[in-house]
Design a protein around this ligand. Structure first.
Ligand code: PLP
Length: 350
């Protein structure tokens, strides 16, 4: 969006990207693979699926065993397929508020009734209220850690929802920010053949937002259902060999996640400590690469003031109009953010 027309020295902490970019291991794999790009290499995707399935204890895919995972260019496309193949005019969508907007946008596209459910006091998805929202939804959408708050929904709550939800519905758990958190993933529930679809992306901790790679993880029949979303369901799964190789190298790079997780949590803690000490109000409990802060005026207005200071921050949500979302950048970027933030907060609103 707007951040792409900015000057070269603008701090970009608006889209929950990773300022570190792709890991060296991923770049090496991409460079080795690029010269082979004249051919399709249909086996390339299968190599990455095999690594993923092995890492997560999912059944090994083969001629008689369809894969429990599917590789896509990013996770936004398959998220649409996961949503759209399960919702419709008589199959509503139940989702958290505030949360990632792609859920209700897919519902709009499918003319599916929408049931937003406010987060709890600790900014978790309120699974009890989500269950009560409608007797027979098509899907429940849970973002964990949540976007924009970075807050967690306990895994036992998701398990409870899976065990108590009506038959014929699915729980879609979007784990785009999972690697930054301390909690357990829900992918093991896929191997237990539950009605769950877990989304993963390489756009966040792996720093490959522009390179595009992501996974949908689910029972083969649920993945098969993606193809009923016409016409994109079939063609969307085609990913470049460079992105596939970069994703695979990232998965196999043992140091990458722990190192980047620590970098993110250290810088996030320092930033939140600064804001809290200065008396600003933040949403506590973020385990993501983002946080929300109360700017005591319409978020859009504050976002524009910050832009004048060469700092591009994220948007606000209708449920929290006076809060803005800020991505955790590098240490140097967050120092620039802090200076600009104090300056803009000191200016009178309006
Ligand atoms: N899900 C969540 C919660 C996100 O925040 C994003 C992007 O910001 C996506 C999915 C889609 O990202 P991508 O298509 O790059 O994987």
């Amino acid at each position: 969006g707007e951040t792409r027309q900015l000057s070269a020295d603008t701090v970009i902490i608006s889209s929950n990207e990773n300022p570190l970019g792709p890991a060296k291991s991923a770049l090496d794999a991409i460079c080795t693979t690029a010269p082979l790009g004249g051919r399709y290499h249909f086996d390339e995707t299968m190599k990455t699926l095999t690594v993923f399935n092995e890492l997560f204890g999912l059944p090994k895919a083969g001629p008689k065993q369809p894969s429990y995972s599917a590789l896509f260019p990013g996770s936004g496309g398959p998220l649409d397929l996961a949503l759209m193949s399960n919702i419709g005019p008589d199959k509503p969508l139940v989702y958290g508020d505030p949360s990632y907007e792609q859920g209700f946008r897919a519902a709009d596209a499918m003319k599916a009734p929408k049931f937003p459910v406010p987060l709890t006091a600790t900014y978790a998805h309120d699974v009890k209220a989500m269950l009560k929202a409608h007797p027979s939804p098509g899907a429940y959408y849970i973002v964990n850690p949540n976007n924009p708050t970075g807050t967690m929904t306990p895994k036992e709550d998701i398990v409870w929802l899976l065990n108590n939800k009506p038959a014929g519905s699915v729980v879609i758990v979007d784990e785009a920010y999972h690697h930054f958190s301390n909690d357990e993933s829900c992918i093991d529930l896929v191997a237990k053949d539950k009605d769950i679809i877990v989304m993963r992306t390489f756009s966040k901790i792996y720093g490959m937002a522009g390179l595009r790679a992501g996974f949908a993880v689910a029972r083969p029949d649920l993945l098969q259902k993606f193809q009923t979303v016409s016409p994109a369901g079939r063609s969307l799964a085609s990913i470049s060999i460079t992105s596939s190789a970069g994703a695979r190298a990232s998965l196999l790079d043992k140091d990458l996640v722990p190192l980047r997780k620590k970098i993110n949590s250290d810088i996030r803690s320092e930033t939140l400590e600064f804001l809290t000490k200065k008396g600003y109000k933040i949403v506590p409990g973020s385990q993501g690469n983002m946080f929300m802060v109360d700017v005591k005026r319409p978020g859009k207005e504050f976002q524009q003031a910050m832009l004048k200071e060469n700092v591009a921050i994220g948007r606000s949500w209708p449920a929290m109009p006076n809060y803005v979302r800020v991505t955790v950048g590098t240490k140097a970027e967050m120092e620039k953010f802090q200076t600009a933030f104090v300056k803009c907060m000191d200016m009178a609103p309006g």
